[in-house]
Design a protein around this ligand. Structure first.
Ligand code: FE2
Length: 289
């Protein structure tokens, strides 16, 4: 069975490209690269051509996410798996592949309507080492764990969502059961992983937007302290204060971005556990602001 190996890239739609360029470079400390096309820029975190495409389309939301498979054979095999399960997809044109900077891709939607792309062969540019927009202590931890993780909207229930992502070779389950006062059933959050990162996608928080947050992991603990100072100085709103998650052990805080969703900057996440566990809350912190 072919399985996706990482979250490779995402595309986001924004109201203000200028605000996003400033946020990505000077708050998050990523690299912003101008695109040839008007109203677009690329955000780099490592040696990939880009990890995030930012498009000024007014939506302020997730436009697409790219999940990677190993190569040509896995790319064919995953299409067979989708066909066998009766899931519709479109083979991306050569023009779209070129635009995404991948060799080949298919496009589809998950059961909740989140736009998904499955690709192989990302464009790497190791001749252009990562050049952050501001001073930082270390790089972003991507590598085999992929770009990071995202908490995205689901509207069809956790069971259907689980079955769909299982079909793509992901593993996971409910990891948080959060008691709600005067409610018989706790609130549940589903986490799915596909590599050494504890989780790549999470579902279950009610959300107006497709995306609630994207987590980017820093190599150096000191980059969290530096980011906090920058956020305070620039008076960027913080969505959740510092804390440590029970599942991925990530020490992190959540910074609101110009589109109104959040970037979680983290450090020290543990690898995915391969047996299911659940928790009622975090180890400490992560208080909403
Ligand atoms: Fe997170």
């Amino acid at each position: 069975m072919a399985a996706v190996t990482e979250l490779g890239y995402i595309g986001i739609g924004v109201k203000s490209l200028d605000e996003w360029k400033d946020y990505a470079a000077n708050v998050i400390g990523a690299e912003v690269v101008e695109a040839k096309e008007d109203g677009r820029c690329y955000v780099r975190l490592d040696e990939w051509h880009h990890r995030i495409v930012v498009e000024e389309d007014g939506t302020d939301d997730l436009a697409f996410m790219g999940l990677r498979v190993g190569g040509v054979e896995e790319f064919k095999e995953i299409q067979q798996q989708l066909e066998a399960a009766g899931i519709n997809f479109t083979v991306g044109s050569a023009e779209l592949a070129q635009e995404r900077h991948v060799l080949e891709l298919i496009t589809l939607e998950d059961p909740s309507g989140n736009p998904l792309e499955i690709f192989h062969g990302p464009h790497l540019t190791p001749n252009l080492p990562f050049y952050p927009g501001r001073r930082r202590h270390g790089g972003f931890k991507t590598g085999n764990g992929g770009l990071g993780h995202m908490l995205i909207r689901e509207t069809v229930g956790l069971d259907k969502t689980y079955e769909f992502y299982k079909l793509l070779g992901m593993r996971g389950g409910v990891e948080y059961q959060i008691p709600i006062p005067n409610q018989p059933k706790p609130f549940e959050i589903l986490f799915m992983h596909c590599n050494e990162r504890d989780h790549t996608l999470a579902f279950g928080l009610p959300s107006e937007k497709r995306i609630n947050h994207m987590m980017l992991e820093c190599e150096s603990f000191d980059d969290l302290g530096l980011a906090q100072e920058i956020v305070e100085e620039k008076q960027v709103p913080v969505g959740m204060k510092f804390g440590k998650h029970s599942n991925d052990h990530m020490y992190s805080f959540y910074i609101v971005n110009p589109s109104g969703w959040m970037i979680e900057l983290g450090w020290g996440g543990r690898p995915a556990t391969h047996q299911s566990e659940y928790y009622n809350g975090d180890i400490y912190g992560h208080k909403p602001q």
